[in-house]
Design a protein around this ligand. Structure first.
Ligand code: CDP
Length: 269
């Protein structure tokens, strides 16, 4: 007897994080055929979604460029005693690495090859996510103009996204995390109940970026991030939206903490 290939939702290798239920046992009737293909039988396929069980608590902070995610996420993580992970930093590190090698960010085949062969080490230092790429710490280069210009193209490459998703999920296997990005609540941790979508007016966002002394075409980046095919920037339907245009960082964090408490998260701060 030869089992027919498992449907994607039951295959541990491809089961999407959003499809299986945390800690649930999926029991499905699955058909398989004899080699001759003449006879179909029904068997029960049992797949324990063990991947899902091991995540710690995740607060997802998504939103467009310069909306204030990083300041809020860092401060919030400190108040909660959670680790702070900026997924954008990993996309930026891969982008910087690709540009260092003289590769065109629009050449998706070479971007894929380079990202696959890079040794990407993610770890925590004092509850802050850090990264090494091929044994180099790229932190000082992540906000270079050329990285700002190319990061949306690199992050639209499907294989790059899979690599970063894997790295970011690993953090939540060992720690409670506040994680910021574009698809944390929608794709990376769709089952977390703690989802926030941080926005601010375009004028405020442009002012914030200029105050940081960066040349950053945030409108173009937002358009590219929202319109890409894989894991675009979207508002997850169960996310809490917070407009930071007229709030201080402390004000936003207090608002998030209040909502987390309402949702039943034990918060000592
Ligand atoms: O800090 P800022 O809002 O400028 O962006 P970032 O968080 O550093 O992310 C830089 C870029 O990485 C974004 O413009 C996206 O193209 C990409 N990104 C993504 O695609 N998915 C994420 N979860 C995080 C970042």
């Amino acid at each position: 007897m030869v089992a027919a290939s498992l449907p994607a939702a039951l295959d541990p290798a491809t089961a999407g994080e959003g499809r299986a239920k945390r800690g649930a046992e999926l029991i499905k009737q699955h058909r398989f055929a004899s080699p001759s293909g003449r006879r179909l039988q029904l068997i029960r396929v049992v797949f324990m979604s063990s991947n899902r069980q091991s995540f710690h608590r995740v607060v997802a902070i998504d939103g467009p460029a310069a909306s204030g995610k990083s300041s809020v996420a860092r401060e919030l993580a400190q108040r909660l005693g959670f680790a702070h992970v900026n997924s954008g930093a990993i996309y930026r590190a891969i982008t910087w690495h690709i540009l260092q090698k003289g590769i065109d960010a629009g050449d998706s085949d070479r971007v894929t090859q380079t990202a696959e062969s890079a040794e990407i080490t993610c770890y925590l230092q004092d509850n802050e996510a850090r990264i090494f790429i091929d044994n180099v710490d790229p932190t000082d280069y992540l906000r270079e103009d050329r990285v700002n210009e190319s990061v949306s193209r690199v992050s639209s490459v499907p294989r790059v996204r899979r690599i970063v998703e894997h790295k970011t999920r690993e953090y939540a296997r060992s720690h409670d995390v506040v994680m910021e990005g574009r698809d944390i609540g929608s794709v990376v941790f769709p089952d977390t109940p703690y989802k926030f979508y941080i926005v601010a007016s375009r004028e405020v966002r442009l002012r914030r970026r200029a105050a940081q002394g960066q040349r950053d075409e945030i409108t173009m980046r937002d358009h590219a991030d929202s319109s890409r095919l894989v894991s675009p920037l979207v508002l997850a339907k169960d996310a809490h939206v917070i407009d930071t245009s007229h709030l201080t960082i402390e004000g936003v964090v207090s608002e998030v903490v209040a909502r987390l408490k309402e949702m039943g998260l034990k918060v000592s701060a």
